[in-house]
Each structure stands twice: as C-alpha cells, then as structure tokens.
Design a protein around this ligand. Structure first.
Ligand code: SF4
Length: 357
C-alpha cells in the first residue's frame, strides 16, 4: 500500500532493486508525510545518524513502534549516549589495512561498502554508515594486497555496510581476485539484503555468486514478519546456486526479546533453508542503547528454545567481548561438578540428572 504512495504511478509492483533503492526515504519530511512521526525528532536524529527506508521494508511496518518500525524509523533515544561507545569492539584499533579488521589469525573482515538498503537503527557499525563516503577502488586494492601478503588468512568475511550494494560486476571482480589468492579457502558474505531488500537477489546476481565456491552467506532476520514470499524466493535462489545460508539474528528489545517470537523466527528461517547461526547479544554501541536487554533475558530465551524446538533451529547465543576480546558463546548453566567424575546436569525442563564419567 505504502509502496504506491512513494513510487511513481504504475511502479507499485516494481521488483527492480535499484528503483526500490532510489525511492527509499531519507528525508524526514517525506517520512512525516507517510508515518505518524515527530518530524523535529526525526530531523534531530538524522543529522547524526542517517535514515534510509526502502519501500519494500516500509511496507513491512504495520503500526507505530512495531518490530519493523523499531528497526527502521529513527528514535530520539538514539541521541542518548550514556554508557556507550562508538566502537566498543575496538574495530578501529584492529584495522590493519584499509577496510581490513583482523581479530583472529586465520580470518579477516573486509569492509567493502559503506551503504545499505536499510539503515538499521540498531547497527553495530553505526559510526560508519550512510556518510556518503564510498569505499574507493584504491582502498579495495590495498585490502586485497594485505590479504594476498598474509598466508595465515584462510577466510575472508565481506561486510560493510552491505557488500551486495556493490554492482554485480564489481562483486564478480572482487570474488575472482579473492579466490585467485592461493591461501584463501573460504569467502563469506554478510548481507541483510535477503531480509531488507530481497529484490536485490536477482538471477544475474545469483549467476555471478554461483561461480565461486565455497561461498557462504550470512544474513540477518530479526523478526518472523520479515519472512515473506519475497525473502523466501531470494533465499531459494541462493541455496539453489549452492550458497549455504546462515542467519545472525541480533537480540533487540521490543523486537524479538520474547521466547515465543524468537522460536517462531528460528523455525521460520529453517523453513526457508536458512540455518540460525548466531543470536548476538547487542553491543553497547552509541545510538543503539534503547535496544539493550539483560544477558539473563537472552539466556532465558535460549533455555526456552532448547529441547522445545529442533536443534537445527537453535543458534549459538554470542557475546562480543568489549575491547576487541572476540566472541564467546553464552550457554545456559547445564553442568555443575559435584565431585570428581560426577556431574549434576540440568535438562531443558530444568530437571537435574547425575552423570558419572
Ligand atoms: S544492513 Fe547491516 S551494516 Fe547495514 S545498517 Fe543494517 S545492520 Fe548495519
């Protein structure tokens, strides 16, 4: 319905991702003409953190402050900066070449884009996004040179921004260069496109990506409402091209911080052949503090899911340690040592069993 309002007449069934992107809302006055928002507040927030809501994602919003609204519409609480850092994971300190973040010896993050089809209000790289500073080809060359010169690097994770904002041709060139490096065994793409603008997953894109293996893709769905016919089709095209799909959901207050919602999301993902991979505990990133939830909430959600839904649907609950300490899995307390060789073990119903080694 709203797509009709913001695309030119006759284009409401547009599936061309670039048309949908050009029709995205970045201007607070345009947003105020469509949604019941406080125009002044949106102006204040977007001066610091830009907005981009494409028509596809806008159409997923059903009412004020619902899960898609919270992820897409600027909130005045983004300007509340107490107890937060722009870069709590110290990514800038771990940057060793343009766009290259190396936290582990065998893999690097390669930031190849500064823009996205939706500027998610909870983005952990909010400090970088939407500033209209494209990643220069020269920077990509330098990143590639760093990877080629370090043979301990076996895996490259393309991230950004969203790497699928690049043209098919640019992605083809980049993947070819990466797979030509003898020590690179695996490339992974981190993208929200299957969720926030599934029209980007075109047959021509899939033809390009399908030439390279092993190529994995991790996406980010945060609420069952985001699983639509269009997103299911996008995932099907990718899987049929031989690209395994995983999901890195972010635990977000007011979006998915209830076990029933999370369980429905995880089951829905498996149905569209996306393996729930991580459930990220939100990082204390400046501008996103209104999405924070206690660790206990995440552990309770994990406990509620385990044993009640298929193991295939269960992601690992991960905490990214501050200061660049890396990710650790958070596991509900199942094990307790009674004495040497005897363990007290809690099952998914909260009942205790003794296990002797
Ligand atoms: S698509 Fe990813 S990188 Fe872009 S704003 Fe959303 S979470 Fe951040």
């Amino acid at each position: 319905m709203r797509i009709n309002q913001i695309l030119p007449m006759g284009r409401f069934d547009a599936t061309d991702w670039q048309d949908l992107l050009s029709a995205a809302i970045a201007d607070p006055d345009r947003l105020a003409a469509i949604l019941p928002v406080a125009r002044n507040e949106i102006h204040s927030v977007t001066r610091q953190y830009p907005m981009r809501i494409n028509p596809y994602y806008l159409d997923l919003i059903q009412k004020t402050n619902d899960p898609c609204w919270r992820q897409a519409v600027p909130n005045i609480q983004e300007l509340d900066h107490i107890d937060s850092l722009e870069d709590p994971l110290s990514e800038e300190k771990q940057t060793c070449a343009p766009g290259i973040i190396q936290r582990y010896p065998d893999r690097v993050l390669f930031l190849v884009s500064n823009s996205c089809a939706l500027y998610c209000r909870h983005c952990m790289r909010k400090r970088k996004l939407g500033m209209n500073i494209p990643v220069e080809p020269a920077a990509i060359q330098k990143g590639l040179a760093y990877i080629a010169a370090n043979d301990s690097i076996k895996e490259v994770v393309l991230s950004g921004g969203d790497p699928l904002m690049m043209s098919d041709q640019a992605l083809d060139d980049l993947l070819k260069r990466l797979f030509d490096i003898a020590h690179i065994e695996l490339v992974r793409i981190h993208t929200r496109m299957p969720c926030v603008l599934p029209q980007r997953i075109t047959t021509s894109l899939v033809e390009v990506l399908g030439q390279y293996h092993p190529l994995f893709m991790n996406t980010q769905f945060n609420h069952p409402v985001e699983i639509t016919e269009a997103s299911a089709r996008a995932c099907r095209l990718l899987v049929e091209a031989g690209i395994p799909l995983g999901c890195q959901t972010v635990l977000l207050k007011g979006v998915n911080d209830q076990a029933a919602v999370m369980g429905e999301l995880m089951r829905g993902l498996v149905k569209i052949r996306v393996k729930p991979y991580y459930l990220h505990h939100p990082d204390p990133v400046r501008g996103t503090m209104h999405f924070r939830v206690p660790l206990a909430t995440g552990m309770e959600i994990m406990r509620a899911m385990r044993g009640h839904i298929s193991g295939l649907c269960i992601p690992q609950y991960m905490l990214d340690l501050p200061g660049g300490g890396g990710k650790i899995p958070i596991l509900p307390e199942y094990l307790e040592q009674k004495k040497n060789g005897i363990w007290r073990i809690c099952n998914f119903e909260g009942r205790f069993f003794e296990f002797t080694e």
